[in-house]
Design a protein around this ligand. Structure first.
Ligand code: URP
Ligand code: ZN
Ligand code: ZN
Length: 473
């Protein structure tokens, strides 16, 4: 087995940091040692196959993005990143694991849907990947199939309180699915927005001639998110299901989660970089049709109401536990432009799988979160939350050698389409300057990014069977 020594760096975990060398044997971490250590009398530097110099740099566990949608059929089109392009872009940005969503459409059987997602991803991924199961059609057959998901290595499922006629589940369906979630130990993930009320408001706005992308944000008001979050929490409380609310963007929804957590309920929340940095006024309200670039659900929130500052604060106080991207990219040409003259026809989604680690590191530079919290919310907690800890999310003996060497003295300019690796004809993050840089990325012991060189391959990534969550209170 090839051996690698990462030497001279500062190894950062969710609980602390230390100068240490990291010894990798094949695909796993063999030891974390005092700098310059010898092992059984052998000078390590001269006895390993590869030495990676990390002097002056941080050595962190590879990022885990637990919410992506590669090649997702949605909004009359398909998300523009395939598993191949999307996982390669993730690797460039220091993310070494994704958890994507297998979709059970209306009328389809759950296990058939899961199988078809395996077929899309198998042999196409640069990094390891797992699946959450979307339940888009709750019926007796799907409820039965849910009982078999953990056996398939899929320990979480997602439901939608939004998108009537597409993925929407009503309260009775949610109640029934959560009963199975509670009994089996599956984590229930929820898209919490009141879909039927949103659709009524969309129709009103369009009838008034309010067709610009900005009105996507108006229709999906924070009240729609707070109400649905509260309802999901109550149904979870009643059934005993653990609940994870995805893409939280409204400060009022955070308050609902915080209240439930302080009551001792197993309730968790994720936010995404777009809700930390972007706004209804500046991005969705951009002139002409430009705002379409940032149409996603939940929507970007008002900066006048300070939702963004509140999301950072909630990450600090653990009212929100982690950050995923909800990577769901669409090109402006041929995809987003389907909604010219009618915002409700703009496919919902933002691409960002490549930028999450950098964008969150900027939060460290700006003094919003600590270095350790950066590692926790981007890697360690996702691993614990979704049953990967031990293999992923920490640099510890026996874990997969998914490691990023991050240079705090480096710089990353996020520019136009040509400077990123996602399959998009624009960047939602154009103009962002990051005071840090992903230098080297290892996935299971193999260097897949080395400076400006990509050394990975689409056959390297493996399906990751996940256990039930290790994050319950
Ligand atoms: O706008 C979004 N979030 N698109 C992806 C689908 C979803 O709701 O997560
Ligand atoms: Zn969603
Ligand atoms: Zn999503």
């Amino acid at each position: 087995m090839p051996t690698t020594l990462i030497t001279g760096g500062t190894v950062v975990s969710s609980t602390g940091r230390a100068e240490a060398d990291v010894l990798i044997d094949g695909e796993t971490i063999a030891a974390v040692l005092a700098p310059g250590s010898a092992l059984l009398g052998h000078d390590l530097k001269s006895s390993v196959d590869t030495v990676l110099d990390a002097a002056g740099k941080y050595v962190i566990p590879g990022g885990i993005d637990a919410h992506t949608h590669m090649q997702m059929p949605f909004g009359g089109t398909e998300a523009s990143d395939t598993f191949e392009t999307g996982t390669r872009a993730a690797a460039w940005g220091g993310t070494t694991t994704i958890v994507d969503f297998a979709i059970q459409k209306y009328g389809e059987r759950v296990m058939d849907a899961l199988q078809s997602w395996h077929e899309k991803a198998d042999g196409e991924c640069a990094i390891d990947y797992g699946f959450h199961q979307i339940i888009g059609d709750v019926n007796d057959d799907s409820l039965k199939a849910m009982e078999g998901l953990i056996g398939e290595g899929v320990s979480s499922y997602k439901m939608f309180m939004a998108y009537p006629g597409v993925f929407y589940s009503d309260d009775a369906q949610i109640y029934k699915a959560m009963r199975v979630g509670a009994d089996t130990g599956l984590m229930t993930m929820m898209h919490a927005e009141n879909g039927p009320a949103i659709d009524a408001m969309v129709a009103e706005l369009l009838a008034q001639g309010k067709t610009d992308p900005y009105y996507h944000g108006v229709a999906r008001a924070w009240q729609m998110e707070e109400e649905a979050t509260h309802r999901a929490i109550m149904l979870a409380n009643l059934t005993g299901a653990p609940l994870y609310v995805v893409h939280v963007s409204a400060k009022q929804a955070v308050a609902q989660l915080a209240a439930a957590r302080s009551n001792g309920q197993n309730v968790f929340g994720e936010t995404c970089p777009q809700y930390l940095y972007l706004s209804l006024e500046d991005q969705l309200g951009a002139p002409g049709f430009e705002g379409a670039k940032w149409v996603c659900s939940t929507p970007l929130r008002s900066k006048q109401e300070h939702h963004q500052d509140h999301m950072w604060q909630a990450l600090r106080t653990n009212e929100l536990q982690m950050v995923s991207t909800d990577h769901c990219p669409f090109c402006m040409k041929g995809q987003k432009d389907m909604g010219v003259g009618d915002f409700s026809k703009i496919p919902n989604g933002i691409g960002g799988v490549e930028h999450r680690m950098n964008l969150l590191y900027q939060g460290v530079v700006d003094g919003r979160i600590s270095l350790e919290r950066w590692v926790e919310i981007t890697s360690t907690t996702p691993a614990r939350m979704f049953g990967m800890y031990g293999r992923k999310g920490a640099i510890t003996p026996g874990a997969d050698a998914d490691v990023v060497i991050y240079d705090p003295a480096g710089h990353t300019s996020i520019g136009l389409e040509k400077t990123h690796h996602m399959n998009m004809d624009y960047s939602a993050w154009e103009g962002f300057e990051i005071d840090g840089h992903v230098d080297t990325v290892l996935s299971r012991g193999r260097v897949i990014v080395d400076g400006d060189q990509y050394l990975g391959s689409k056959t390297h990534g493996r399906f990751l069977r996940r256990d039930p969550s290790q994050y319950l209170i």
